[in-house]
Design a protein around this ligand. Structure first.
Ligand code: HEC
Length: 127
């Protein structure tokens, strides 16, 4: 009996911690997208300066397994974000698994979803 209670309690704790997994904060993602100091940016530019309303972000960006950006091959959107942080923003790459990255990507998804309603020609080489 005691053993069963222990198993049940363990199961509850595991289930509880799974539901506490980080939920991305879209508002924070928007703030980062519009911040010139995001990733230690030094050029005064923000993601929004070059991608207003998600411009230049393709709708299949989040599913791509190979993305070519500025002549470099990357496998995930997070790595592409770091290319833009390091080059046009003059900052340094952030943790691809970190909360800032998750927030930013979640916000970019909302931009791409809004844009998907309007049909735009794909300008950027990818996939
Ligand atoms: C000075 C302008 C500039 C800034 C600032 C900039 N980008 Fe970019 N970004 C570009 C250009 C240009 C490309 C396309 C490069 C290519 O295709 O080789 C691009 C491509 C991308 C792509 C790939 C899009 C696709 O569909 O292939 C992503 C994602 C992206 N940028 C995210 C960001 C994020 C996030 C920031 C802010 C941290 C940012 N960019 C800041 C100019 C900029």
């Amino acid at each position: 009996m005691k053993e069963k209670m222990f198993i049940l309690a363990t199961a509850l704790v595991v289930a509880g911690s799974l539901s506490l997994a980080y939920a991305a904060d879209i508002d924070n993602g928007k703030a980062l997208f519009e911040s010139p100091t995001f990733g230690g940016g030094t050029t005064g530019k923000t993601c929004k300066s070059c991608h207003p309303g998600g411009e230049g972000l393709s709708k299949d960006l989040f599913d791509c397994e190979k993305i070519t950006i500025m002549g470099m091959e990357k496998n995930r959107v997070e790595e592409v974000v770091n290319v833009c942080i390091e080059n046009p923003m003059g900052g340094s790459a952030i943790d691809t698994e970190g909360e800032e990255m998750q927030d930013l990507v979640a916000y970019m998804k909302t931009l791409v979803d809004k844009k998907a309603k309007k049909k735009t020609r794909r300008k950027i080489e990818g996939c």
